[in-house]
Design a protein around this ligand. Structure first.
Ligand code: NAP
Length: 436
């Protein structure tokens, strides 16, 4: 059996699952997993909402996969800058891109550039402590809109509406807690462009919204005429049935005069973000032929993510994915996860996606060109020559311990399991410290 060197870029669930599946489907393989960030876990660390510990818990199985030694992790290494395609070809038989999708899909309406109009992906990166976004976020609005009826819209709406103290037990960075604590928000309006039967939420996440402390859910009877949900309609699943029951139960609920309100509006097609002096003042929608305007001071666009192009790799810029067929991009080049199929589906779906890519990779092995410099020391030597301060698995174990210690040392009223280190240089310093 030919011995194989494979590089994976992107140490989120897609990259780790791909590495793990490859390690168990091809015996003689050595896998190096790179990430542009100093720490592993991608979307789990920087995309999943901090108050979703059940989903964050997936990290435990990813940890085991990396800790098994079958996949070597290297952080703070960017494809196209620290390692170019020609370097990858000189050191590996094949490369898999699992770089995900972190940008916001574009909303092409007037006013989208106004101050106070934000992409949800940027806000998520902020509250999850991503090192490459500004550390401050202007939470000064009282009335806020969230556009979109997917789970990201729910995350953003929930985090905006929740009392900051109810977030303190999570791993949110200090500055995020401080920002949320000062937020004067009273009303969060979530706008879907289609009806309540067409929501893309999932039941657990929707139900959770109704359980947020001191927040009233407000629904509008105009969106729920008699027979609004047809159990028998084509494509209706059990999930839709559960969600219809949840919405119906909220329609019957008496408001509890909570401090904050979370409104769900349907059939609202975005038309224009309104502003004065460069600042958002409201939003205009079309609802079933009628124009509706709402006074608002901030708008969060949660209408889907979009992948980023990688240098020298063919990109489909209408879908925001690497152009591929079943994960095959070009000889020796593969893609998996959201950068392969687009930003849809739950984390578990990434596994079957990785299986397809790995199956194709393994069946192509005989066509791979042997790399000129296949030793691990050779690629690490190149990174060192270029002055790249890369981190590794032992570095992550140190950073992990450090964050857990910050959590247990927290001198507040609430127990904190972890406090995230945000700054990139600080993460690298802790990971690479020799006196830890
Ligand atoms: P999504 O599920 O695709 O939802 C996007 C929403 O944006 C849809 O409601 C869509 O409406 C709407 N939209 C798109 N273009 C629009 C436009 N021009 N104007 C108004 N609305 C527009 O995407 P997502 O919320 O970003 O989530 C991505 C994936 O991650 C999903 O699979 C999601 O379930 C998953 N996720 C899961 C969790 C969790 O807690 N389990 C959390 C976050 C994300 P239409 O339906 O009409 O197209």
């Amino acid at each position: 059996m030919k011995s194989l060197r494979v590089a994976i870029f992107g140490a989120g669930p897609a990259g780790i699952y791909a590495g793990n599946i490859l390690a168990s489907s091809y015996e003689n393989v050595s896998i190096d997993l790179f990430d542009s960030l100093p720490a592993p876990y991608g979307l789990i660390r920087y995309g999943v909402a901090p108050d979703h510990p059940r989903i964050k818990g997936i990290v435990n199985s990813l940890h085991e996969m990396l800790d098994s030694g079958k996949i070597r992790f290297f952080g703070n290494v960017e494809f196209g800058k620290d390692l170019k395609l020609e370097d990858v070809k000189r050191h590996y038989h094949a490369v898999i891109f699992a770089t995900g999708a972190i940008k916001d899909a574009k909303l092409n309406i007037p006013g989208v550039e106004l101050e106070g109009s934000y992409g949800a992906a940027d806000f998520v990166s902020w509250y999850d402590g991503h090192p490459d976004v500004p550390r401050t976020w202007p939470l000064t609005a009282e009335k806020v809109a969230v556009l979109g009826n997917g789970n990201v819209a729910l995350d953003v709406a929930r985090v905006l509406a929740k009392q900051a103290d109810d977030m303190l037990s999570t791993d949110i960075p200090e500055n995020v807690y401080a920002g949320l604590k000062k937020s004067p928000v009273t009303d969060v309006h979530v706008f879907g462009r289609r009806g309540p039967a067409d929501i893309k939420f999932t039941p657990i996440e929707l139900r959770e919204l109704g359980e947020v402390e001191d927040v009233d859910i407000v629904l509008y009877p105009e969106d729920f005429p008699e027979g609004w949900f047809n159990e028998e309609a084509e494509g209706v699943t059990n999930q839709h049935r559960v969600m219809a029951r949840i919405l119906n139960s909220w329609l019957e609920r008496e408001p509890a005069a909570a401090k904050r309100r979370l409104h769900l509006h349907f059939w609202h097609q975005p038309q224009e973000i309104l502003g004065e002096n460069g600042q958002v003042t409201g939003m205009r929608f079309e609802r079933k032929g009628e124009v509706r305007e709402y006074p608002l001071q901030a708008i969060y666009r949660a209408i889907g993510y979009f992948g980023s192009e990688l240098p020298e790799i063919p990109f489909d810029d209408t879908r925001g994915v690497i152009a591929n067929e079943g994960g095959r991009v070009a000889p020796g080049i593969y893609a998996t996860g959201w950068i392969k199929r687009g930003p849809v589906g739950l984390i578990g779906h990434t596994k079957s996606d990785a299986m397809e890519t790995i199956e194709n990779l393994v069946s192509d092995v005989s066509t791979f060109v042997d790399p000129a410099e296949p030793q691990l020391e050779q690629v690490l030597g190149l990174l060192k020559t270029r002055g790249v301060e890369f981190t590794d698995w032992s570095g992550w174990l140190k950073l992990n311990q450090h964050e857990l210690k910050l959590g247990s040392a927290f001198a507040g009223p609430i127990e904190r399991e972890r406090v995230k280190v945000v700054d990139r240089a600080e993460q690298v310093r802790i990971s690479n410290a020799t006196d830890f």
